[in-house]
Design a protein around this ligand. Structure first.
Ligand SMILES: Cc1ncc(COP(=O)(O)O)c(C=O)c1O
Length: 417
């Protein structure tokens, strides 16, 4: 076609303006390259361009979605479930909290101060009250504070974050589940980031227990486009009680359900959705089954090992201060300085110096109590920290190189001070 090559050439040029997300020295935000099998299966399905709203729009891809979602439900220990894929964690949480709101109308949704910011926004969209529960020093929901709030009444749903976005902290689900013996509330587990860690063997006992108890939640969100090796546009919401399907009932006259089998559009807030995303996920799970000790699980454990390795090195270095040991594969730390404002400025400089040396980190602003700032003057309530998401299996082998560059970038930043 005339002009096609020229346009694609232009696209290729435009796409050069990016960070090297697939490189092991990209250790900044939550970005993990999709697996080759996911990319290829997606491309194959794209030739058909199925729509998983209705079986009429994608018979094979709908069947594959049901199988792929069932495998995710099995992974957390559910034999029965209702669930489907969607565009990502935010949509999946919206749907879970919409169901929660239908079942507990007018009651509050509570989540920790470190929960993803979209929970509050979602509650606003749903017209439900939202309240934040403070966190302990490890960035986990503070249980005595939650207990006090539950005792005051009016809480419909507690969101437990299984891996916070900023630090990878895991809310103490055992204590939250235990509290259901005294208070009547629903648990929603936002495991968008951390969900797959239920498969790994190198968590602390406490974190492991929390993941084992995800099965006690009423609804769970897991994002295959974060740790599940999928291209963006792949989140998943799961409900333990399939009966919530009744809440989705509609009698739209123009929805084209021509068979009596269950159409995914009948249990989803969204209508049209890419069947290709389901095909890619199905193929990935076929190649890399979601089993403890399997290749996929080992990949997650390798990222966590990298985070622990770097944490030990940073902690042993007097130039830095840290927060609690990482629970998953996300690490935060800050340079030691006289005042917290100086440390924040220095974090920015180290971030820039590291980027000049091809090591791409991230920055995060944290409340001061999450970092052991020691003798630093607390001239502000927050501190800008360096943050690294070590979510690629290769990060384990590259930990030494990452440390060497961080060391050089820190030395250069301190010299310029
Ligand atoms: C814990 C958690 N929940 C929800 C989200 C939102 O997910 P998405 O960006 O896929 O909408 C994120 C994203 O980072 C997250 O970390």
């Amino acid at each position: 076609m005339k002009g096609l090559n020229a346009v694609l050439q232009e696209v290729a040029e435009r796409l050069k303006d990016n960070y090297p997300y697939g490189d092991p020295l990209y250790a900044g935000q939550m970005l993990k390259p999709p697996h080759a099998v996911a990319r290829r299966a997606y491309e194959m399905a794209l030739k058909i361009n199925p729509n998983n709203h209705a079986l009429d729009g994608g018979r094979a891809s709908s069947a594959m979605e049901k199988e792929a979602v069932a495998a995710l439900a099995q992974m957390i220990g559910w034999d029965i479930h209702l669930g489907h894929l969607c565009s990502g964690g935010t949509m999946a949480n919206l749907e879970a909290l919409w169901v929660a709101g239908q079942l507990h109308p007018g009651k509050a949704i509570v989540a920790s101060t470190q929960a993803h910011y979209t929970h509050q926004r979602i509650a606003g969209v749903l017209g439900l009250p939202f309240e934040s529960i403070p966190c302990d020093r490890a960035g986990r929901m503070d249980i005595p504070a939650l207990e006090r709030r539950l005792a005051a009444g009016g809480v419909g749903t507690v969101v437990a974050t299984m891996g916070t976005t900023a630090t990878g902290a895991v809310d103490p689900l055992a204590a939250i589940v235990d509290m259901r013996r005294r208070f009547d509330f629903r648990i929603h587990a936002d495991a968008a980031y951390g969900g797959y860690f239920v498969l790994t063997d190198n968590l602390t006992d406490e974190t492991r227990l929390a993941f084992e108890l995800v099965r006690e939640a009423a609804s769970v969100v897991i994002d295959p486009h974060k740790h599940g090796l999928q291209p963006y546009g792949c989140g998943c919401v799961l409900f333990h009680d399939p009966a919530v399907g009744r809440l989705y009932y509609h009698d739209s006259p123009y929805t084209y359900y021509t068979s009596s089998d269950m159409h995914l559009g009948e249990i989803s807030l969204e209508c049209s959705r890419p069947g290709a995303a389901a095909v890619a996920l199905w193929a990935t799970q076929r190649l890399l089954p979601l089993v403890p000790g399997g290749e996929f699980a080992k990949g997650l454990a390798a990222g966590r090992a990298a985070a622990l390795d770097l944490y030990r090195r940073i902690r042993a270095d007097q130039r830095f201060v840290t927060g609690a040991a990482p629970e998953l594969d996300i690490l935060v730390w800050a340079p030691r300085a006289k005042r917290m404002s100086d440390a924040s400025a220095l974090s920015q400089r180290i971030f820039d110096e590291a980027a000049q040396r091809q090591l791409h980190l991230a920055l995060v602003t944290l409340p001061v109590h999450l970092i052991d700032v020691q003798e630093m003057q607390r001239d502000r309530d927050t501190i800008i920290c360096l943050r690294s998401v070590l979510m690629k299996p290769e990060h384990q082998a590259w930990a030494d190189k990452i440390w060497t560059i961080l060391d050089a970038a820190t030395t250069a930043s301190l010299a310029k001070r």
